[in-house]
Design a protein around this ligand. Structure first.
Ligand SMILES: Cc1cc2nc3c(=O)[nH]c(=O)nc-3n(C[C@H](O)[C@H](O)[C@H](O)COP(=O)(O)OP(=O)(O)OC[C@H]3O[C@@H](n4cnc5c(N)ncnc54)[C@H](O)[C@@H]3O)c2cc1C
Length: 461
């Protein structure tokens, strides 16, 4: 192990970390350091004192105890996709679970135990080999750790609910270094809190999920011209569709992809991904009216195996982005016009309004049953600018804020997993009154000193 740069860490590196932990320890002098400190988003240049890659829960426990002893900031990382830059730290400890990626699937019981360093894509591919699935999000490289603890909204949300609705149990290392088995019968308060409460309560080392038979779906990308009318038509169809269908519609300038005719490049389109998790013929019938909304610019929707819904991702893609998230109950004519106007006015190389119609299985779970409280919301809307030059950050941030303000309805609600580093008021939008009070009381019980604070934080009461 090479020497550490920050003085306080010297206290505990006196052989202690290396002796206590089986996993890799990466410090500033190591060749692997720069790669290991990078995260999904670009424009983040933090230098942790140490990055630990645990191999098991006992390693995790040792790292938690060391963080507690030293007071160093602890960043817990699964897939490294935190929009709020929470998966790294300046001068603290990164606990990177990437080497903990074991998966045990029980096809007969339709359950799986998954270590939390797995990505959504790796889990989905392995489960797909059995014709089974648990729903995560829209991106394969997202870690199951972060997405699950915040809720998990993806291509099966209307059919099978949020990711947490399939969470049966978890193993969690709490702030005192103990490994707890958490489920409906064991530490039920904690089980409630980790289903939406994020990384506030401990380090999840394993999750047990329910699997559903999801083999062939009708899915893929449909590109339509974007106008207030087509956007409205799309939302109305997605809302009225059977819950087998979940959709994610990105209204954005058409990217110069090979399947997009050149004359459409840069013009506003609805770039939607549709996933009908049910009978293929029925799916084709349900999707026909979407195809009839306008002449499709591209239609890649076809019967496919469920894991194919995740397209391959570009190696080394580290976008710099600013994003705002909200739940709304409708996107009326004014809002649809605002979408078109704002997207046309932006100077960002890529900008998007993402519309996700919700409902179905997600909405049938009572709002108080988990720490994810926004069950009744009809839509999630995310607006984002993706850009290259750091000096343009302020301009794009201001644009995103104006755009979000134009779409918000009276009741400010936010999805914790899409929050950036936006301050306490926005965290409150993720956790309305009673949810927040209950979370804060559970936090006080399990993490009274707020060791797990580098997250969308719930301070202990
Ligand atoms: C490109 C992209 C697409 C996305 N698409 C979706 C989507 O479709 N649906 C959706 O619901 N969300 C989506 N998200 C949001 C995503 O769910 C969150 O960013 C999530 O936190 C990422 O999880 P991660 O493990 O990759 O990130 P990390 O950065 O590793 O973790 C984020 C935070 O989660 C906590 N955490 C992570 N792992 C653990 C653990 N094992 N124990 C305790 N705490 C932990 C920590 O507080 C950490 O700071 C997307 C994000 C990106 C960047």
């Amino acid at each position: 192990m090479s020497s550490l740069t920050s003085a306080p860490t010297m206290i505990w590196t006196g052989g202690r970390l290396a002796a206590a932990v089986d996993g890799r320890i990466i410090t500033p002098g190591d060749a692997a350091y720069d790669r290991a400190r990078s995260v999904f988003y670009g424009g983040i240049d933090r230098r942790p004192a140490v990055i630990v890659r645990p191999t098991d829960a006992s390693d995790v426990s040792q790292v938690v105890l060391l963080a507690r002893e030293t007071g160093l900031e602890l960043a817990v990382r699964s897939g490294g996709h935190s929009l709020a830059r929470h998966s790294t730290t300046d001068g603290g400890i990164v606990l990177d679970l990437a080497d903990m990626h074991a998966l045990e699937i029980d096809p007969d019981q339709r359950t799986a135990w998954a270590q939390t360093g797995l990505t959504a894509g790796a889990y989905t591919t392995a489960a797909g080999a059995h014709g089974l699935a648990t729903g995560f999000g829209d991106t394969a490289s997202v870690g199951i750790g972060g997405i699950t603890l915040g809720g998990g909204i993806g291509y099966l949300v209307r059919k099978h609910g949020l990711t947490i609705d399939d969470l049966l149990a978890a193993e969690l290392v709490t702030a005192d270094g103990q490994l707890l088995h958490v489920d409906a019968d064991h530490h039920p308060d904690l089980f409630w809190a980790i289903r939406g409460g994020g990384g506030n309560f401990g380090v999840a080392t394993r999750f047990q999920f329910r699997l559903h038979p999801v083999d062939q779906i009708v899915g893929g990308m449909l590109l339509l011209p974007a106008t207030p009318e087509t956007i409205g038509g799309f939302i109305a169809l997605a809302d009225a569709a059977p819950e087998e269908l979940s959709t994610i519609a990105n209204v954005m300038p058409a990217p110069p992809l090979p399947f997009v005719p050149a004359e459409h490049h840069g013009r506003l389109v609805i770039m939607a991904t549709l996933a009908y998790a049910g009978d293929v013929e029925a799916g084709q019938r349900v999707l026909a009216p979407f195809r009839a909304l306008a002449t499709p610019i591209a239609d890649l929707v076809r019967p496919m195996s469920y894991p194919e819904i995740y397209p391959p991702e570009e190696e080394g893609f580290h976008p710099t982005a600013v994003l705002r998230t909200m739940f709304v109950d409708a996107v009326d004519r004014d809002a649809r016009e605002a979408i078109v106007e704002h997207l046309e006015a932006s100077t960002a190389p890529m900008r998007v309004a993402q519309l996700r119609v919700l409902g179905g299985a997600m909405a049938r779970v009572p709002a108080g049953a988990t720490a994810f409280a926004h069950r009744a919301s009809r839509l999630m809307v995310n607006v984002a600018a993706i850009y290259q030059r750091p000096e343009d950050a302020e301009e794009h941030r201001a644009w995103v804020d104006r755009f979000a303000a134009a779409l918000r309805d009276g009741d400010a609600r936010a999805y914790v997993n899409f929050l950036a580093d936006e301050g306490e008021a926005r965290v409150r939008e993720a956790y309305p009154g009673p949810t927040r009070e209950r979370l804060a009381a559970i936090k006080a019980r399990y993490d009274p000193t707020n060791l797990f604070r580098l997250n969308q934080n719930i301070p202990p009461t």
